[in-house]
Design a protein around this ligand. Structure first.
Ligand code: GLV
Length: 326
């Protein structure tokens, strides 16, 4: 019998076709996330699920679907899945690492430049017809070149951001749970510092840590108070890495100069007051959204799912312990 697979949201047709070669596929054509109740109901009898980061695959969901063999996330981050519970229950979890690093690093730079130079507000003014012509003191932002960039989390995306900083002649600090080898530091031109030093010394702080319990509210009121008043904060990692309420307060009261965000604590809702702040650039979680990259992510998730359901090792298995248990 062909295994049954649920695809919870829209993915590329070619990826659906790949899965359909080996499995019976039910997919959500509406591209609106299932409610938790709908998800439970739709998962009934499915051996695999291809899901997005908007789907919460909790221990309860896994417990109610003991037939599930693989959860294939179309994202590199997998904080929407209870991986510990999946491992305990023998369910494979896969993600889509690697293919979105450069695209996300590019977008991080979009946010850095757009926030530092106020390009979104300037665009809004121009479109509204309120611009009355050039003036010396209008739309003044801050330079980015030759400033200090602080990267929190020097993984694949953080490294991509560092590489791009070379063109801007920047001093680049980084902090992480582990120092990268000296040769990598040299190649990237980055200096390891502790979190406090980074926050105090950077003109731009950019976050690239994964979301775990330990990194929830990695940036809160105490950290925002350490930053320079002229600094900007960039977050293209996961929303809960920043205490968004504290950030709104910091921006309102001038503890820092601005923020460029792609992710939010309670997506799709912003914290109260956030959208009213002029010193922000707010993107709707689009850092990996280039057509090339999203296509690769979609195809990778399909390949992971098919591999897991046809007796092969999925190429991007997050919890290989599951195979050892067999
Ligand atoms: C996107 O946010 C991802 O984790 O892939």
């Amino acid at each position: 019998m062909r295994p049954k697979v649920l695809v919870t949201r829209k993915i590329f047709d070619e990826s659906l076709a790949t899965v359909a070669k080996h499995c019976d596929v039910e997919n959500n054509q509406r591209d609106i996330p299932f409610t938790p109740k709908q998800l439970l109901q739709k998962l009934r009898g499915k051996a695999g699920v291809i899901c997005l980061l908007t789907d919460s695959i909790s221990d309860e969901v896994l417990a109610k679907n003991p037939q599930l063999k693989i959860v294939s996330n179309v994202a590199v981050g997998y904080n929407n899945i209870d991986v510990k519970a999946a491992t305990r229950r023998g369910v494979m979890v896969t993600n889509t690492p690697g293919v979105l690093d450069d695209t996300t690093a590019d977008f991080t730079w979009c946010l850095i430049l757009a926030t530092a130079r106020g390009v979104v507000g300037a665009d809004r003014t121009f479109r509204s017809g309120k611009w009355k012509g050039w003036g010396l003191l209008q739309f003044l932002g801050h330079d980015v070149h030759r400033k200090t960039l602080g990267i929190c989390g020097l993984g694949r995306i953080g490294k991509g951001v560092a590489r791009r900083a070379r063109g801007f002649d920047m001093r680049v600090l980084y902090t992480d749970v582990q120092r990268v080898p000296e040769a990598v530091e040299r190649e990237l031109g980055v200096t390891f510092v502790d979190k406090e030093t980074l926050l105090q010394g950077s003109d731009i702080v950019t976050l690239h840590v994964p979301l775990f319990a330990e990194t929830t509210h990695y940036i809160g009121a105490p950290e925002l108070k350490l930053m320079k008043k002229t600094a900007i904060l960039i977050n293209a990692s996961r929303g809960p890495v920043v205490d968004e309420k504290a950030l709104v307060k910091a921006l309102k009261e001038g503890w820092i100069a601005g923020a460029g965000l792609d992710v939010y604590e309670k997506e799709p809702k912003p914290a109260p007051g956030l959208t009213k702040l002029p010193n922000t650039v707010l993107a709707p979680h689009v850092a990996s959204a280039s057509i090339e990259t999203r296509r690769k992510m979609s195809n990778m998730a399909a390949a992971n799912c098919v591999a897991g359901l046809t007796g092969q090792r999925p190429p991007n298995l997050v919890n290989p312990e599951v195979l050892a248990q067999r």
